[in-house]
Structure formats: C-alpha cells, structure tokens
Design a protein around this ligand. Sequence first.
Ligand code: SF4
Length: 481
Amino acid sequence: MINTVSEKIKSIRIDNGISQRELAKKLGISNRAVSKWESGLSYPSTENLIRIAEVFSVPLEYFFEKAKEDNEKKNDVKPLGMESLAELYKTGAGPSSSHTMGPEKACGIFAKRNDNADSFKVILYGSLAKTGKGHGTDFVIKKTLAPKKVDIEFDTTVPMVSLPHPNTMDITALKNGRKIDSARIMSVGGGSIVFENFINPTPPLIYKETSFSEIAEICRKNKLRLWQYAEMREGEGFASHMESIWETMKDSINRGLEDEGVLPGGLGVVKKAKTLFNSQHIDESAETRVNRIVCSYAFAVSEQNASCGKVVTAPTCGASGVVPACLYYQQQKNGYSDVQIIRALETAGIIGNLIKTNASISGALHGCQAEIGTACAMAAAALGELFGLNLDKIEYAAEIAIEHHLGLTCDPICGLVQIPCIERNAVAAMRAINAVSLASFLSDTRKISLDTVIKAMKETGRDIARQYKETGEGGLANIGI
Ligand code: SF4
C-alpha cells in the first residue's frame, strides 16, 4: 500500500524509470538526500516537493492523496464471482486483444450510440499511446469508424499514475464541428472494455467460486472434473461456443503453417512456422521432433496474430499460440477427439478465469507474466486434463507454469507483437509440457497453492516498473534490434 510521501516519491520515481542519482541531478541536490526521503529518514521541503511534482508532471496533491491506496484497497476486495469462459475465449483479429479488439469494440459501441455524428476524435493515452501504432490501434479505430472522418491523437504526455487504467482512450463524436457526445473508455485486457462513469453492461458472474480452493472443494464433494464443474456453471450455447473456439484455434494453426513472407510493421520479421514444421533432420531425435512441431504450431498462431489474422484470445491475442499448440500436437500425435480437447480447453479456461479475476491477464497492467504466464498455466492444466491427471496434479501443473513466469516483463520491440512475443509463445508451450510432466511426478511434495501463486503474480505485477508494461520503453523495446 502506498500512502506516505516517502513511498510515493519512491514509487513514482521507479514507475518513471529514473534512478535516485538522476532525480537528484534534476533537482540539483545530492543522491543522499533523495535516498533519505525515500527511506523516511528525512522529509523534502515544500519547495523540493513542488519541483518533484514538476519533474513527474503530477499535481502536488498526488503526494498527499490516498487515491492509489484506495484504488489498491478496491482491487484487494474479494471478487464477487467469475464471468463465463465465453468472456475469456473470444475470437477476433490480432495482434492485440487490449490494443485492437478492445478499441474496436469500444468504437463500435460508441459509433452505434452516435450514428448521427459526421466525424470522431480519438485520443489514446498510456500504453495505447505508446505502443498503439505498432499494435495497429489507429488502423482498427479508423476501420471501425469508417467511412466517417477520424482524427487520432497519441498523447504520451499524461503520466500513467493519473490514468484510470494504462489502456485509456477518450472518444468524441462531432457533428458540423460541434461535440455531441464523448466517453472515456478503458481497454482492460482480453478484449474487454469499461466505459467510465457509465453503467457498463457487465457480463453476469455465473461462477460463484473465485478461488481454486473453493472450486476444488466442490469438485471433490461432487466427484467432478474441472470441465464438468465448468459445464455445470455455464449456460445454453456454451457447448457450441467452445466447439467454434477449437475450430478457430485449429484453423489459425493451419493457416499459419501455409503462410510465408514477412510480417507487417517494418521490422522485417520473416514468418517461420512453415519452415520450422518442415525442417526435419534425418537423425532427428523424438524429443527434438516434439519441440520443433509444438513450436511450429505456436509460431503459426502467433504469426497469424501478428498479421492481423483471426485468432482466439487464450487468454489474449499476444499469448494466443500457447494453448492451441499444446493441444493440437496431442490431437495429431495421440488422436485425442475434439470432445476431449474441448474438455481440456474448459479446464484451462477455469485457470485463466481465476487469474483474470484475481490478478490480471493484461500485459499493460501486470506485464507479460499476465499474458504468457497465464497462457502457460492454462496449457499445463489442459494437458493435465488430457492425460487424466487428478485435481491436485492439474493444480500443481498450472501453479508451476505461472510460478516460473513471475516477473516476466512486456517489452515488444517497436510496439509490434512480434519480438519477443512470437518466440515467447513457443517457449511457453514447451514449458507447459515440462510443468505437467513435473506435476505428474511431484504433486505430493508441493508447498505452494495455485491461489498463492496468483496472489504473488498480482503483487509482482504491481511492482513491475511502468516501462515494462506494454509501453514499448523498457528492456528489448528500449534496446531495439
Ligand atoms: S511481450 Fe508478452 S505481454 Fe507484451 S505484447 Fe508481447 S506477448 Fe503480449
């Protein structure tokens, strides 16, 4: 919880990627003074506090307000329930559920509400402003609002701390140059959006249980597997939704394996799925073959995603290759039926839903651990279901998968969902196989629950510095190629 001036100075400095030395230099004081303020050993003068506020472009009140504390308290409230898995598994055009699917949905709703408008103005903030160009946010907004004129502004000057969410956009409808309506919209991950100051038509919370321990209790009591629990809670139309989700996943793999050429965006990244799939060596070992084929499937989906092709959010577009790669490989190699695969997908969906509800699946909020880490946990649980593992082992597989992604940052080069995202999907698919294999041998010895590791993921996500959360400013994105 951040509530003292010392903590606030430290937090905003780290969020902005500035060292104590750099801050001290900007203020014309010694590093020691900054260090003392941050450790609470001394207090900055009002004059210095005003200058710090200027450095970080925040109002002076920021250092005294309890907004962040209240916000975090609000986030720590136990969730009331979980949404349908249909809200997790969505079909749409890549490359990013938060940067393309969310804004597309937001503009569609806003345009419908203002069909008498003759033009629109959209201002993108935070991560949408910093990586929106690479992710194709402007392209999808223009396409959705066409044929009407759209003026798009990328405003990178507003600090993240003053935004309600890292993916925030303002949209204004105009008629004859005069404003007739406006809205502030947050793209909160996985293609979901929230309108500020508006009663959002939120999906019903059809799962009463919000922790793995609660779900496990019901499953044990009623002798249910996780997919049976999911089907018990879901409503009409769920079966056909899941069938179509699996069909789209398979389709995206097959399209990707046929595709060749260079990905759009200017980085010159060559599509590799087809080459990888066909590159069998004469003396290839069984282990190498598994690795090559699974990775080629993950590349296939991720490359389709990067080409604005149709994919399934599992749980997001950026991480859409992990789950299908693991499941398609099992179907091709061991002949699992579509029904068995869909049950595995439902099992994975419960894990994804728990993370979405108790932490986040948004790279802009909690870094890549929230996207790729979640996808890996989902894939590990799905494989556990396919292999007939018990509840404890499925939980353990998912827990291992997230645990070893904790702290993974989001740093796409040029804001494009290509480097490191595509390879990251392939590596996570292999990690999921590793996690389920370990869980099948070791579950009796485990010490950490899935609920605990999800909590750790949320706390880690809060502590990851702002430039590593889909801003295109830290890590690989900063160094470039
Ligand atoms: S680095 Fe991870 S979270 Fe960031 S865009 Fe790529 S896949 Fe998504």
